[in-house]
Design a protein around this ligand. Sequence first.
Ligand code: C2E
Ligand code: CA
Ligand code: CA
Length: 675
Amino acid sequence: MLSGLVLAALLIAQLVFVVPGVVNRYDSTVDTLVSIERAKLQSAVRYTGVDEFDIPGTLLNNTLVGIRISDETGNLLLSKGETKQSLAATDTNVKTVTWSLLAANGSVRADVLLDISSVGWSTFLHALKLLGVALFSSIAGTLFALLGIARFYIHPLDLLVDALQTSRANGDGTIPEMVEFNDSEDLNPLAEEFNSLIDAQRTAARQVKVKQQYLEFAAHTDQLTLLPNRRKFEDGLKATVQEAARDNSKFAVFLVDLDNFKFFNDQYGHLVGDKMVAEVGNRLRTMMRDNDLVARLDGDEFVVIQKDVLDRDSAEEVAARLMSVATAPYEYRGFTLKAAVSVGISCFPHDVHAGQDEEMLGEEIVNNASVALQEAKSNGKNQYQLFNETMRSRLTARIRLEQDLKNALVEEQFEVFYQPKINIATREVTGAEALVRWNHPNRGYISPEEFIPVAEEAGMIIELGEWILRTACKQTNELHRMGYMGLNVAVNISAVQFTDGNLLPMVSKALRDTQLRPELLELEITESAVMHDPEEVIESLLELSQFGMRLAIDDFGTGYSSLAYLKRFPVDTLKIDRAFIIDISSDNDDVAIVEAVLGLGRHFNMKVVAEGIEDEEQLQFLKDQGCDLAQGFYISKPLELKAYISWLQSWPHGIQREASSNIVPLKALRKTGTS
Ligand code: C2E
Ligand code: CA
Ligand code: CA
């Protein structure tokens, strides 16, 4: 199509010149012929007299076919060759011309017939020749032009289209190659435009890649230590288990946990705490080989996977080295800091059950290391422990306990026992502490000290705690209806319930449903739970106390209470831990602690309850010290509801009327700051 157009254009352009040329040539050839014939005739008649006027017959030829010569008066002097009439029949192309010629005796007039058909024919041939040349040159020109267009325009554009098509066909966001049009200046702006688009696309793609790499890195890296994080560790563990299972090789997992890190953080501040974690992480990594894995799992917990561990002895050696590296002192901002760590170790395949899938194997080995770590912690910290059979059976027992616990609530295996409390001065009963009991179908009664921590960890304490609270409120209300008016009940609240965020709605609903007056319910929260996050706890305690119920700090003296906080807690009661009462008659330190707690109670207008009273001597001592309330085996063991009722009936000193009424003004006093 394009070539046809070019060809036609070139042809037309040439014809524009050829046609007038041909016409001109025809005319001038005719003119030349005419003037040649005239010159020939003139020279023939020049010396011819009029009388015997003649000319040679040879003058007639193919062109000059007829001659009529007349004198000046019009007399015909000579006639030779064809006449108009004789020629009329033929269609020869004849031209009639009249010449005035000079003869010897003056001028004559010559009317001649010129056959110019030969000129037409030769001109036609000439025109044909010219056309041939024109056609040839047009075709050549067209080809040339096409080659040029192809080279300078079509080829570069093809490149461009190709580049775009490939990138689209790949469909994976591949960016086309840059194009280069070496010879096509005209197309260079297009190439530049295209290339700058590609360049922009490349830059964007690079940025996306860098961002992806960063996200990938961040998703797998702990920001503080720049060690792999838990996710990365899990991937690494999986790969290690696979490798070990395939190659029959061994490896060991070490869980490394800083001892008393919270205390350290509180004492030196979080910045120093962070620095310590980063330092320990760095040291662990430096100590291990490149193909081992060191990761940070949690705040102050690291994990190390060491490959190709020969045996358990060498795992212990590694643990000892990990400990000494982690605990070497270092200087930071003028402090000499020294971390203490505990390590739990578990070895593969020694410590796992064969025949599980790889994910389970990984989980088991980490769980085992964690059990060993707990063992190290409960054995006094700052040591390593290798997972062993005793731990395994404890672990199995614990797993079974957890499973049994799940059934226990549904199957109503729990009971609430009550341990009475008395006013030491009058010995009147003020109420009781509700203590949960689990009547296990096979094992009989299981101590709350054994199953409460399990329920806490398994998340069951929320449901169990609610059941205990509701039962205690309901049964206490029943006692009131039976005539034991004014008895209060103290219910233990686990730290997990306390931070659950649902405590107040849960408690208030229980009070509403059971119709127990709020001031007859006391919530016991352990000192360590209270001190875990004092600011947040103050908020919750305020809400609870505004609702009207009482609050007690349990096991007081065993945690690290800050007196500054104590002042701000809206607490009604301190319960001195049993541990300080046991040796009160022999241990002067315990006496000092009890006296101090009583002093604090007086100062902050809090009631003080002494727990674990086992004999008259202890009771007398506390009475002398001015302690308000007592609870313990000496008064009564925890009793199931019926036994509690019988006990109340037989208690010789009676029940304190509105046992709690004297607490209200005390708290009010402290709040108004008149203490
Ligand atoms: P706790 O709150 O300090 O409870 C007092 C514990 O001391 C009770 O043990 C009680 O039986 C025991 N005790 C009382 N008087 C004496 C005594 O004179 N001598 C001796 N040796 N022991 C005495 P129990 O009932 O086994 O409870 C142990 C712990 O379990 C409780 O300590 C409390 O922390 C937890 N617990 C018990 N019941 C509940 C509950 O309903 N909810 C929650 N969250 N925890 C509970
Ligand atoms: Ca308690
Ligand atoms: Ca206690």
